[in-house]
Design a protein around this ligand. Structure first.
Ligand code: HEM
Length: 534
């Protein structure tokens, strides 16, 4: 795509011209949407042997939200760039570009991101400047750090030298001071609170049955045809339904499909704002996203009030979902979370828990189909679990623990198709790093490039789950970080793991599948959801 096509596309999306079926988001607190994955499956049954299934397209998404930064933060950028005192170590080599106000390297970075060429982008820069280089991305002075040392800096010394950072347009869209926007002690306390009460490893097992029920509810309606029949199913939509409906049920007990879909309609509109040019003018995507957010926030506010009443009257349980837990369990400082922060967190959960899982599942299904030995190994693992079960008997924690190969498949999927291809932080203070000055306010970026580096992984492009028989796929520490790391590491990782492997179990039980387009190019772009009412 040329530069002008790129701009045209962005403008189109911001003006709400229909065609663009992308949505997306990317920040230190992720999110993104898929394009399409239709699947033709063959219904499995007694004696059904080699069956054909067709999976169309898969596409992860990502990126673009940063266009707004270019315009919003150039002044800040120039102030910071001039702030170094005399005698300081030099800045890392590199260039802010001739037109940093237009984002310097923004186009090439985003192009590499969308087309899944981050490694090539980084390799070219490294060949020119060395492993640590400066550039300007989205109007922000940015220092790109090599891995694994750079990851170690970002993830381990997180709170001393660097902190989480959200772009301005994203902050505007979120607009509440919750987990995503806080740093330091407030962030730690709140994070600890939601981890110990909702997302932690000791809690997530409570949702296994709901996850399995939801997975069955999405899959079984497609299995009602005769055994052996071929069927095309819109798999991405099935996956998106699964993850969105699951988090709605577990966070606010919202189960009615039509109500969920109404919420998702607004959610989609909101998400579209994350990649739009941040022009808040009636008719723009950004404006629509802000309005959708207000409507959702208003609805969440009403749900909070209603639930408080139900809890008082004994009509709701204290542990029935995230909302109840937050309203009845104080954090370690003895406080119940404020309503406006709770509203923010509910939206954050919808955002972080839905398309991340759906996208990863999509790629798991794709790679399983492209690698028959992987399918066979998976079948072995899951058939032995199914054999030991009576009809309708649910999966146990023990069963999930035994799905070791399945988890390796997911880990290898996240190596090849990470949800985030780059993670940003902001320097909290001026500091020295490997002979250079990192000025306060500069953005720091680590990328997923090492995941495809033969230095760390033998035959890096080969899908080989057996790498993960060793921790981190055998690569040095701080190379593999699909869930981020340090104080901002994804608190939903256990939740994600369980919901993914449970879905894989159900899918394998019912279908065998092959890809319609086995060599489909993967790009990080998106479209909004299509409803399937089961
Ligand atoms: C395959 C699925 C998922 C992947 C790969 C993933 C990955 C990530 C990554 C890379 C981050 C940023 C970490 C950082 O900045 O260092 C993140 C943050 C976050 N994720 Fe996940 N995630 C997934 C699923 C989930 C789920 C299911 C939930 C909730 C149920 C969730 C909740 C969050 C939250 C709340 C944050 C923000 C944490 C903070 O700022 O402290 N994620 N995730």
């Amino acid at each position: 795509m040329t530069v002008s096509e790129y701009f045209a596309q962005l403008l189109k999306s911001s003006m709400g011209d229909t065609v663009l079926d992308t949505v997306h988001v990317l920040s230190s607190a992720i999110e993104f949407k898929l394009k399409e994955l239709a699947t033709t499956v063959v219904i499995k049954g007694d004696g059904a042997s080699s069956l054909l299934v067709i999976v169309t397209i898969i596409v992860l998404t990502s990126s673009a939200l940063w266009w707004g930064w270019i315009f919003l933060s150039w002044r800040e950028n120039t102030k910071i760039a001039g702030a170094r005192g005399a005698g300081a170590l030099p800045l890392p080599p590199g260039s802010f570009g001739l037109l940093p106000v237009l984002g310097g390297d923004t186009l090439s970075y985003l192009d590499a991101y969308q087309n899944f060429n981050i490694k090539r982008y980084v390799d070219q820069k490294v060949a020119r400047y060395g492993p640590i280089f400066k550039t300007s991305i989205m109007g922000q002075p940015t220092i790109v750090l090599d891995s694994p040392a750079g990851n170690k800096l970002l993830f381990h010394e997180d709170e001393k030298l660097v902190q989480g950072w959200w772009p301005k347009n994203l902050k505007a869209l979120v607009n509440y001071n919750g987990l995503s926007e806080t740093n330091g002690e407030a962030h730690r306390v709140f994070r600890q609170h939601i981890t110990s009460n909702f997302l932690g490893v000791d809690v997530v097992h409570r949702y296994f049955q709901t996850m399995e029920r939801r997975a069955k509810a999405e899959i079984e309606p497609w299995t009602e045809l005769k055994v052996g029949s071929e069927l095309t199913i819109p798999t991405v939509d099935v996956l998106k339904n699964y993850s969105f409906r699951l988090i709605c049920e577990l966070s606010i007990s919202l189960k009615d499909v039509r109500e969920v879909e109404q919420l998702r309609h607004k959610f989609d509109m909101w998400s579209e704002g994350f990649m739009a040019v941040p022009v808040n003018f009636p008719g723009t995507s950004f404006n629509r996203a802000l309005r959708a957010r207000d409507v959702m926030a208003d609805e969440m506010g009403k749900k909070i009030k209603q639930r408080r009443k139900e809890l008082k009257e004994g009509l709701a349980s204290e542990t029935q979902d995230f909302l109840s837990v937050m309203l009845t369990h104080p954090d370690e400082t003895g406080h119940i979370v404020e309503d406006k922060i709770l509203v923010h967190t509910l939206l954050l959960l919808l955002w972080t828990a839905s398309d991340t899982t759906a996208s990863t599942l999509a790629m798991v299904l794709r790679e399983t189909s492209r690698n028959p030995h992987v399918y066979r190994e998976l079948m072995k693992e899951h058939a032995s679990i199914t054999r030991g079960k009576k009809d309708g008997e649910m999966l146990t924690t023990e069963n999930l623990r035994s799905m070791k190969y399945t988890w390796r498949v997911v880990q290898e999927t996240l190596r090849l198709y990470p949800i985030l291809l780059g993670l940003f932080r902001e320097a909290k203070t001026d500091f020295e790093y490997q002979g250079y000055t990192i000025p306060k306010g500069y953005k720091l970026l680590v990328t997923s490039a090492p995941l495809l580096d033969p230095k760390f992984y033998k035959d890096p492009k080969t899908f080989d789950p057996s790498r993960f028989e060793k921790v981190g796929g055998g690569a040095p520490a701080f190379t593999y970080f699909p869930f981020g790391g340090g104080h901002r590491m994804c608190p939903g990782n256990e939740f994600a793991k369980a919901s993914i492997i449970i879905f894989v179990h159900q899918f394998l039980k019912h279908f065998k599948w092959t890809l319609v387009h086995p060599d489909e190019k993967i790009s990080y772009i998106v479209r909004t959801s299509r409803t399937i009412l089961n």
